[in-house]
Design a protein around this ligand. Structure first.
Ligand SMILES: *Cc1c(COP(=O)(O)O)cnc(C)c1O
Length: 397
């Protein structure tokens, strides 16, 4: 089939997309309308934990769809109870509220913190967030994000999100006043360029929060569910946050998100929070299947082995081309280049034949890698070999 046969003009034009329509996927591979295959190191934006159309997820979808898809959020259902038990069992949190997207889960976290401020801290409502942070595309989460230019885009912003600098404790301390209720950050800034918060910073934030009666909120929408080599990224720094949000990887590709909190922070009254699709058995059943795959013996060891292989391979490429190294945690990594040819490499990778390669450049001098967590050693080697050739090709042109 030709691309021109698709009428894409009935879709709202919200981003520039290549002339490709994807029709199927399996594991680390995608196939387009013309039958061309692509090795996928983007995976739906770090969403497809187990790769495309994972058999575990298919099974969960088929079985659950034959039983029950949506009894309404006003009633309990089995998969949501099972998934909440697994998530609280694997973390420091006591209770879960399920949502459908990262933005929605973060809205919930913001509401929960503001409610906590009303109930426990004299109406405090300000949440300190980080410059270059990313928390979603709703009005409040755009205001919480620290993306340059976003403060003016849909003005006026939702107020109450003063910005500090990641890994600069003093910059956080300076912003605290009696109206401050929480500190919110990504343990690894994803869209901001794969920048990990240091262990010292995370521990310093916990201490600041304790000293000033603040909640510590971790946005693990991108870093949660094994992406960084532990089930949750906060576990790398031995801190105990009060609130955490999950999305992306938790559904393995279906829309599922979660807001988790420790008991002391569970202050919603009836009617404060809800949503028609929230906690539906169809997507939470998939969440259970994804969780069980991640928790299986040896799975996380394999993630860490692949992460080491990817990290070493990227370092070698960096050395070969005089770049500035690599960084990241687990299978969320970035190659830091010495010039702004990220977009050119991404395009050349997609266009190469006979098989394309899907990469992402969140910044012009940065390539980001977020493969499926069950990516094979051979697939990582193949990607590294192809990337080597692509860098050489783009720099020769
Ligand atoms: C992707 C992302 C979000 C937004 O999630 P959506 O599901 O797109 O709403 C929020 N926070 C972080 C850290 C993310 O990476």
């Amino acid at each position: 089939m030709e691309f021109s046969q698709f009428n894409v003009n009935t879709l709202m034009d919200i981003t520039s997309r290549p002339d490709l329509v994807f029709v199927s996927g399996k594991g680390s591979w995608l196939e387009d309308h013309a039958g061309k295959r692509y090795l996928d190191f983007v995976q739906g934006w770090a969403v497809n934990t187990l790769g495309h159309s994972a058999p575990e997820m298919q099974r969960a979808l088929i079985e659950q769809s034959q039983k029950l898809m949506n009894p309404s959020p006003a009633f309990y259902n089995i998969p949501s109870i099972e998934l909440a038990q697994r998530l609280t069992g694997a973390s420091c949190f006591d209770r879960v509220f399920f949502a459908n997207s990262g933005g929605e889960a973060n809205e919930g976290a913001i509401k929960l913190a503001r409610k906590w401020g009303q109930v426990k801290k004299n109406g405090a409502y300000k949440i300190i967030t980080m410059n270059h942070g990313f928390h979603g595309r709703t009005l409040a989460t755009m205001s919480a994000s620290g993306k340059p230019g976003w403060d003016k885009m849909f003005a006026p912003q939702v107020e109450g999100f003063p910005k500090a600098e990641l890994n600069d404790l003093e910059s956080v301390k300076k912003l605290i006043d009696d109206k401050t209720v929480a500190i919110m950050l990504e343990p690894v800034q994803g869209e901001g360029g794969v920048i990990p918060a240091t262990r010292e910073f995370m521990q310093g934030l916990r201490k600041l929060a304790d000293e000033n009666q603040l909640l510590l909120i971790v946005d693990e929408v991108q870093t949660g569910m094994g992406r960084t080599g532990k089930m949750f990224a906060y576990q790398h720094s031995d801190v105990t946050p009060d609130i955490m949000t999950l999305a992306k990887g938790i559904g393995g590709g279906v829309p599922l998100a979660a807001l988790l909190a420790r008991q002391d922070a569970c202050v919603f009254s009836h009617g404060d929070q809800g949503g028609t699709y929230n906690g539906n058995p169809l997507t939470t059943a998939v969440g259970v299947a994804v969780f069980d795959a991640l928790a299986a013996p040896g799975f996380m060891d394999a993630v860490n082995a692949r992460a080491k292989q990817l990290s070493e391979g990227l370092l070698a490429l960096s050395a070969k081309y005089g770049m500035k190294g690599e960084r990241g945690q687990g299978l969320l990594r970035a190659l830091i280049m010495d010039r702004d040819d990220g977009p050119a490499i991404v395009e050349a990778a997609r266009n190469q034949n006979p098989q394309g390669l899907l990469l992402n450049a969140p910044r012009p001098n940065l390539l980001r890698f977020m493969p499926a967590l069950n990516v094979t050693a051979e697939e990582i080697d193949l990607m590294l070999t192809q990337l080597d050739a692509l860098i050489a090709q783009v720099r020769k042109a």
